[in-house]
Structures are given as structure tokens and as C-alpha cells.
Design a protein. Structure first.
Length: 375
């Protein structure tokens, strides 16, 4: 005798949704996802933080800046704005080991201060994210930790998101894509999270120099100047795609530095060398009796052909050759490209064809290459 047993078809996905399991709305979405790609999009896996140096660990230009100009870079990728006559100081600050106010054991935060100063300072910061096309018609979420030494309770601070379409692009000026609600800042660390929708760029034109000069500018703004003797502390700033924040993405220092070097490359910094004689160039030769040419290969392709960022003065650099050395009068940019930049040194007399190399000879000696955005 043959016994036949039949069972109705079972839809496992439907049965899972019927289970009385503790799950929130997001868990329900994951259960209903139809592909690995859809699941990854929902949980925000992979590279998340679109900002570079959001943890304020990389400071190639230095760690203390006192009113160098109206707009200046401090921590790598972060630009500071001040009113034309006001005083500001921007510094790298360190968290105490084991602190629990800001999760994730961050090492550093940035402090922007107008101590001491009159009531005339806008404490504003900004970062340009390369390639505006990646943000068109997208939801993004900005999250960060912040505090101030004085309560800012008039809801004057907010973030804006501005499209810049590059040289020759249209519109030619910054285009407002979105802004966050205004918020208060307190004297203890507080966490902030703002999802915003970025407008589409249909009908706009990218500049003739390509997407690498276009950007999304993320900027902290104020309605009016802060009171005298005020500082802001900010940490773990993250911008990610989607309508919700994930934990701050901790990248290694080496990876974060490499990301920063596309925009600024510090080649020589004598202050990091105890003898103030930091070796820099490989073997180079005298092109003439007083002119030394030096090609410098950048660690990775820079965003645009960089400009020369230098600090020079009397006897700041010396050229070494034939068991002797001589002071350099000036360092000059000759040719520049994203991959290789050529500079030359003047004033150190020698013999044409002699091999030599350059050293920093002063604590302030510095040579860098800058491919950053303007304000």
C-alpha cells in the first residue's frame, strides 16, 4: 500500500513576519529585504563617513593657530572663518583616557575660541566634500558631538549644505542645497543628529575643470557673533548617506592621513625633529652654480596641481654637498601637477653637476603642498 502525504507550500518570509519576535521598525525592514545589497543599504555597512578627519586626529599644518587670516585651515580638511577684525585661536585638544562623555574612545577634538576678544567673532567651520554629483537628490545624516564654555541657548547655530559646481560651472556661486534646524549648545558634551534632504542638481552644469573642483560644502553657521571669551568644542563629526546615523566610523591614523594627503601634503616640518635638521630631499644636483632643481613626487594624486606652502627665513634651510653645506635663500615653485611638483632652491653656491640634498635648519622651517578648496 502506498501512502501519499501532501503539505501546502510554505512561504518562510511570510511566516517570519508573523512571529511574535521583539523587533523594531528597522528590524522589520531588514527581514523584508530581498537582496544582500538591499540589506547592506539598510544597515549602512561599508565606508560610511563622507567627511575626512571627522575625528580631528590629523593636523599636518600644526596644532595651534592664532588668527592667521580671515579663512584658514587648521585640522586637516577643516577650514575656520572669523570676522575680519576679530581674534580666534584653533587648537587640537585631547580627551582624557577612559572618559565616557563621548563614546568610542576618541583621541582628539577641535576647539575654536575667541578668548580673549570683544563681541565680534563668528565661530564657523566648514569642509568641502569632493564631487558634487554624488549628493544630488539624496538624504544624508549629519551627526556630531559638541559643547561650549558658555551656554548658547538662543538657537543661533545651524549647519548649511551648499553645492559648488567648480570653475565655469552653473550656477557660479554656492547653491543652497539644505540646512539643519537651529540648535542650542550646552556646557557639557551633547550629541546631535540631523537628517536632511539634498536638492537634485538637474539643470546645473559642472565646471570645465571636472568634478574634482566641484564640492558639497558642509558649514557650521551662526545668526550673529558669539559673546566675548567663548569657545566651541566639537568631536566625531560624521556625514553619511541615508536618513539615520550609525556609530562614528573609526579609521586608522594611517588611512585618515592618506585621505588628507590628497588635499595637503606636508613634505618637511623641522619642528618634528629634535635637532631641527629634518632631512627632506633625495639626492639632487646643482643645475648651475647657484640653482638646484628638485622634483617631488606626492604620496598619491592630489586633487588639483598644488600650490607651494612654505615658511622660510634667514638660514631656515641648508644644502649639503661635498662634505660641506650652505644656506638657501629662497624656495620657488617651478612646475606643478597632481603627481609630481618641481621646486628649486637659490642662494647656495656650488659646482654645477654636484650632488646635494636639503635639510631644514630652523624649528619653523616647513614645506608643504596645498590642493585644498577655497572658502
Amino acid at each position: 500500500m502506498t501512502v501519499r502525504v501532501t503539505k501546502p507550500a510554505l512561504n518562510v518570509r511570510e511566516k517570519l513576519t508573523e512571529l511574535d519576535l521583539p523587533k523594531g521598525n528597522h528590524g522589520t525592514q531588514v527581514l523584508k529585504s530581498n537582496s544582500l545589497k538591499e540589506t547592506c543599504d539598510l544597515v549602512g555597512s561599508g565606508r560610511r563617513n563622507l567627511l575626512i578627519n571627522g575625528g580631528f586626529d590629523v593636523w599636518q599644518r600644526g596644532t595651534t593657530f592664532t588668527t592667521p587670516s580671515a579663512h584658514y585651515y587648521a585640522a586637516d580638511r577643516w577650514q575656520i572663518y572669523r570676522a575680519s577684525s576679530s581674534l580666534t585661536t584653533t587648537t587640537r585638544e585631547s580627551f582624557n583616557v577612559g572618559q565616557s562623555e563621548v563614546p568610542g574612545n576618541p583621541r582628539h577634538f577641535m576647539r575654536v575660541s575667541n578668548v580673549p576678544d570683544a563681541d565680534g567673532t563668528w565661530l564657523e567651520i566648514a569642509q568641502h566634500i569632493e564631487d558634487v554629483t554624488q549628493f544630488s537628490d539624496k538624504w544624508v545624516t549629519l551627526s556630531f558631538w559638541m559643547r561650549a564654555n558658555k551656554p548658547q541657548e538662543a538657537q543661533e547655530d545651524y549647519w548649511t549644505f551648499q553645492y559648488n559646481f567648480g570653475s565655469g560651472g552653473s550656477p557660479s556661486s554656492d547653491y543652497q542645497a539644505a540646512m539643519t534646524p537651529k540648535f542650542d549648545i550646552y556646557t557639557e558634551w551633547r550629541y546631535y543628529e540631523f537628517p536632511v534632504y539634498l536638492a537634485d542638481i538637474q539643470g546645473k552644469t559642472i565646471g570645465n575643470d571636472g568634478v574634482h573642483t566641484s564640492s558639497l560644502k558642509v558649514q557650521l553657521l551662526r545668526q550673529s557673533a558669539v559673546a566675548a571669551d567663548t569657545y566651541y568644542d566639537i568631536a566625531n563629526v560624521q556625514l553619511e548617506l541615508g536618513r539615520g546615523a550609525t556609530p562614528f566610523e573609526n579609521r586608522s591614523y594611517g588611512e585618515e592621513l592618506a585621505l588628507c594627503q590628497r588635499y595637503y601634503h606636508l613634505y618637511l616640518d623641522s619642528d618634528t625633529n629634535s635637532s631641527n635638521q629634518a632631512p627632506t630631499t633625495p639626492a639632487i644636483v646643482y643645475n648651475s652654480t647657484s640653482l638646484i632643481w628638485c622634483p617631488i613626487q606626492h604620496p598619491l594624486p592630489m586633487r588639483i596641481p598644488p600650490s607651494l606652502d612654505k615658511v622660510e627665513g634667514s638660514d631656515y634651510y641648508r644644502v649639503f654637498y661635498r662634505n660641506s653645506n650652505a644656506a638657501v635663500n629662497a624656495i620657488v615653485l617651478s612646475r606643478t601637477s597632481p603627481l609630481v611638483t618641481e621646486i628649486y632652491f637659490t642662494g647656495a653656491s656650488g659646482t654645477q653637476g654636484d650632488a646635494c640634498w636639503l635639510r631644514g635648519n630652523h624649528a619653523d622651517a616647513k614645506i608643504g603642498f596645498d590642493a585644498e578648496y577655497g572658502w
